[in-house]
Design a protein around this ligand. Structure first.
Ligand SMILES: NC(=O)c1ccc[n+]([C@@H]2O[C@H](COP(=O)([O-])OP(=O)(O)OC[C@H]3O[C@@H](n4cnc5c(N)ncnc54)[C@H](OP(=O)(O)O)[C@@H]3O)[C@@H](O)[C@H]2O)c1
Length: 498
């Protein structure tokens, strides 16, 4: 059967047209916005995804004009190549406004600006319209921003006209379980849980979404997706870059909170969850949350040998704290999920900066085949890997016969997005924006998931602190700490990445 050709509709399924709305992006002049948000919105413009009456307000602290904002965007160098018409349409759609969280009165400007647009510019026949907000700013401003929006009448609901108000926020969601709970409480004063869209852009990646299809639309996997057949699972997210310009911010966070608490635990949840009762946001998030709650927390005794922390050699110097930073740039973890399906199966998680190669991959290692037909040395265990970076692809390692001899060879069945659909997978943020505008929370994280993930991560951080856990040094771009190898070798396993 020929593979189905890729079409734009594969990439941008929208569940119908997007609603007219005013989308205000706070932090529009920041790195996140210049690098991802604005380029994605321009890309969406080039695909004609916005309806008439979809306005974008780019809000930053600095006092600049809309023309200067576009100069900033152009100079940042992340905008995609689009047609002149698309760019011009986008420039008409976006307006820059200086709004500062230090100056509550600057929200008057926002309120007037949104007010100015409300004499029916969106074609509703009334003054009500959807208001979508994105706080692409430091989390310390989230509660303040919500308060000012409320005080300026920008969160008023309108059941009569079905006006929708939603908020999208970016990690970090707290620095531990208690600060995450406090952040939630402060936001829940102004928004309901159904209005809050917590983003982990990894969930916008096609391969992560495909985990659901892979697992629950291929029935043959279900009987073997458990402790009887799975030997161990590895989830790695390795970067070749160092901390770069993020030095000061990163130093207050570290790899455990920056990557493990969110990206890695979300990937683990997608890999290990039970089948959701329905393909809707609550059922999916219920099942992910159960897995996160079933993670076995660490104690002062179990932390050693099961969790490794490391730092690349030049890190302290790079961030201007020579020899003094205790922040980890590498973490390796061996953990267990205490439920019926996964009891006794090790899950190895690993994340690091300045690694020899950049790769993000989940690999499920099946138990060695016991058979008396072939030499057990020749029969290699089957491995199913889902790679998110650098390529989005799925591979299955199977044993085959070498031509001309009754000898075995372990080879790969490959499903590669680019080859299959003749295009790279669409950008993660595009999927997330489409869902946000259309009110689909499946790919956004619920507050109880955040709490459960922090509870697990806190058990590591607290025991690291109380037990003075050593920080292993490793050579940039060459290897990971030796202790990481020991951690996985102790159970007879070794790190695997395609
Ligand atoms: N960058 C990423 O790739 C990335 C990825 C995931 C999550 N995040 C998170 O997203 C958030 C923003 O990150 P970023 O990298 O974009 O930070 P950034 O480059 O430092 O930008 C911060 C933004 O916030 C604005 N801002 C700062 N103080 C303000 C105030 N008092 N009132 C109003 N606006 C203010 C800045 O405006 P001016 O520039 O005009 O001063 C700028 O637009 C952070 O929480 C970060 O952890 C970032």
């Amino acid at each position: 059967m020929p593979s189905q050709p890729y079409t734009a509709s594969h990439a941008h399924e929208t569940n119908g047209p997007l609603p007219a709305a005013i989308f205000t992006v706070f932090g529009a002049t920041g790195d996140l916005s210049l690098r991802y948000i604005m380029p994605t919105l321009l890309h969406m413009e080039s695909e004609n995804l916005f309806p008439e009456g979809f306005a974008i307000i780019a809000a930053g602290r600095r006092e600049i004009s809309t023309a200067q904002f576009f100069e900033l965007l152009d100079n940042a160098g992340y905008l995609p190549e689009v047609s002149k018409e698309s760019k011009q349409r986008f420039m008409r759609r976006v307006e820059y406004l200086s709004v500062s969280f230090d100056l509550p009165e600057s929200f008057d400007k926002l309120s007037r600006r949104i007010g100015d647009r409300s004499g029916d510019p969106l074609g509703y026949g009334h003054e009500c319209f959807n208001r979508f907000y994105y706080f692409a700013v430091a989390p310390k401003y989230f509660a303040l921003g919500a308060k000012y929006l409320k005080e300026h009448g920008l969160l008023e609901p309108c059941s009569e006209h079905g006006r929708t108000i939603r908020l999208m926020i970016e990690k970090p969601f707290g620095a531990d379980q208690s600060s995450a709970a406090a952040l939630d409480l402060s936001l829940l004063e102004y928004f309901t849980e159904h209005q809050i869209y917590r983003t982990d852009h990894y969930l916008g990646k096609e391969t992560v979404q495909n985990m659901l299809v892979l697992r629950f639309a291929n029935e043959f996997l279900e009987p073997i997706w458990n402790r009887d057949y799975v030997d161990h699972v590895e989830i790695s997210m390795l970067e070749s870059d160092g901390v770069g310009r993020r030095g000061a911010t990163y130093d207050a966070v570290g790899a455990l909170s920056d990557v493990v608490q969110n990206h890695l635990l979300q990937l683990l949840a997608f890999t290990a969850m039970e089948r959701p009762a329905k393909n809707d946001a609550e059922s999916l998030r219920d099942e992910k949350c159960i897995v996160l709650k079933d993670l076995r927390p660490y104690t002062a005794k179990t932390i050693f040998g099961n969790v490794v922390r490391g730092q690349y050699q030049e890190y302290s110097k790079e961030i201007g704290k020579e020899g003094h930073s205790q922040t980890e740039t590498f973490v390796a973890i061996k953990t267990f999920i205490d439920n019926k399906r996964w009891k006794g199966v090790p899950f190895y998680l690993r994340s690091g900066k300045k690694m020899p190669k950049r790769i993000a991959e989940i690999s499920v290692h099946f138990k060695p085949n016991k058979n008396d037909l072939f030499s057990t040395e020749d029969v290699k265990p089957n491995i199913l890997s889902v790679q998110l970076q650098p390529k989005e692809k799925i591979t299955m390692r199977i044993n085959n016969k070498i031509p001309g001899a009754m000898k075995l060879h372990s080879g790969e069945l490959v499903f590669n997005y680019e080859d299959q659909f003749h295009s790279e997978a669409p950008p993660a943020y595009e999927r997330l924006f489409l869902d946000f505008f259309q009110g689909d929370q499946r790919l956004f994280i619920r507050n109880d998931e955040i709490q459960a993930a922090w509870k697990f991560v806190d058990s590591i951080r607290d025991n690291w602190n109380s037990e003075n856990a050593p920080l292993q040094s490793y050579a940039s771009g060459q290897n990971e700490p030796q202790e990481s190898e020991k951690l996985i070798n102790s159970a007879g396993h070794s790190w695997f990445t395609n």
